[in-house]
Design a protein around this ligand. Structure first.
Ligand code: PXP
Length: 246
């Protein structure tokens, strides 16, 4: 079975917010991506609302459920976000660390820190209490002690932060250390019967070695897709990625 493709459409909203107009339309981006073969739409409602806005969340969720596809809400662990997820009940929630000053999510959740562990596990428990059918993934580095800490929470998957791998790919550096860590992380998650997802910084080129390795069951890709869509159109870019993943 081919891995799932989650299309992150945050940067369609970035473009829209740049001018404060109603276009490019985020629901249209979700619909075109799903009709082109994507399995899921991912959006990140950030605390500062720099791209995705509150009203986008139910709007994109409705597009996904109408097409019987998955809706993945990426979010920080704040009480506000936990409240939103508990209310809207997405198919998946991906919990990420969030810093106001960052350009994009930098690194994974630092769950080895006791205070962070309590914050993240508290968010997981509250979401599952209010929305027992929501599945939860934690965005983390492929680091064994971190993954072991994740397994002490009632989660469904981890999403491995592929940002450093993707950067090293662009710099033509040796990828073996990253791939070795992914292999170790995969066995840990497989033994625990948890999902193994990947995301951040990936392009169709840096995706290829990961597909060859065949470990991840889901990829969430955004920035490259939206950038490439400027030249080729969103449907073509998503359709080509789905073909590549098949
Ligand atoms: N997965 C997670 C958890 C992310 O934070 C992001 C960035 O929002 C992505 C995937 C997509 O990353 P990119 O836009 O670099 O493809």
């Amino acid at each position: 079975m081919r891995p799932r493709l989650g299309v992150n459409i945050d940067h369609v909203a970035t473009l829209r917010q740049q001018r404060g107009e109603s276009y490019p339309n985020i629901e249209r981006a979700a619909e075109l991506s799903l009709k082109a073969g994507a399995d899921q739409i991912t959006i990140h409602l950030r605390e500062d609302r720099r791209h995705i806005q509150d009203a986008d969340v139910p709007a994109v969720q409705t597009v996904c459920s109408g097409l019987k596809k998955l809706f993945n809400l990426e979010m920080g662990c704040s009480d506000e976000m936990v409240g939103i997820a508990s209310r809207i009940k997405p198919d998946w929630v991906c919990l990420v660390p969030e810093k106001r000053e960052e350009k994009t999510t930098e690194g994974g959740l630092a769950v080895l820190d006791d205070v962070n562990f309590k914050r993240v596990s508290g968010a997981v428990e509250t979401i599952l209490k209010h929305s027992p059918r929501t599945k939860i993934s934690l965005f983390v580095e492929a680091h064994t002690p971190t993954l072991e800490a994740c397994l002490r929470m009632p989660i469904h998957a981890v999403e491995i932060h592929t940002g450093d791998y993707a950067r090293d790919f662009l710099l033509k550096k040796d990828l073996t250390p990253h791939l070795t860590h992914y292999q170790e992380a995969y066995y840990l998650m497989k033994n625990a019967q948890k999902g193994f997802h990947a995301g951040h910084g990936l392009t169709k080129h840096s995706l290829a070695p990961l597909l060859k390795q065949g470990l991840f069951e889901e990829y969430n890709i955004g920035h490259w897709i939206v950038g490439e869509a400027v030249f080729k159109g969103l449907e073509t870019v998503v359709g080509d990625l789905v073909k590549q993943m098949s």
